[in-house]
Design a protein around this ligand. Structure first.
Ligand code: SF4
Length: 118
């Protein structure tokens, strides 16, 4: 028995038109917004990274962004565990904890810097 639920059943692209997710090149940047309101964005991105999915937009990241992330973090053994833990820590953190806020801001800046560099 696994503790991983079938996240695909809750995906936005299961119901809505998701053709745009499989465009190529620069068009992928424009279509990333489709994923922003998807409730399983984290699970989707973790799946694509853990399984080295090469094509399409997954979890709001383009092919190039995912490749850059995999190159930047070759030490990650499970993106599912890493992203799930990060999300749990984010929601569990105290909004009055300034150190935690600063750390989250730093992590966000790194992620956005990565996103803009690819
Ligand atoms: S995040 Fe993944 S599951 Fe959700 S809409 Fe985007 S591609 Fe589909």
């Amino acid at each position: 028995m696994t503790d991983r639920w079938n996240w695909r059943t809750a995906s936005r692209c299961r119901e809505d038109d998701a053709e745009g997710l499989f465009v190529t090149g620069a068009a992928q940047r424009e279509t990333r917004g489709f994923c922003r309101t998807c409730p399983v964005r984290t699970e989707c991105l973790a799946h694509a990274l853990d399984h080295r999915v090469e094509f399409g937009v997954w979890g709001g990241m383009t092919e190039r962004q995912r490749r850059a992330l995999l190159r930047a973090r070759p030490d990650v053994e499970s993106w599912h565990d890493l992203l799930t833990d990060a999300r749990r820590d984010y929601y569990a953190s105290d909004p009055q904890d300034l150190d935690a806020l600063a750390e989250r801001a730093r992590a966000r800046a790194v992620a956005e810097g990565l996103a803009h560099s690819v």
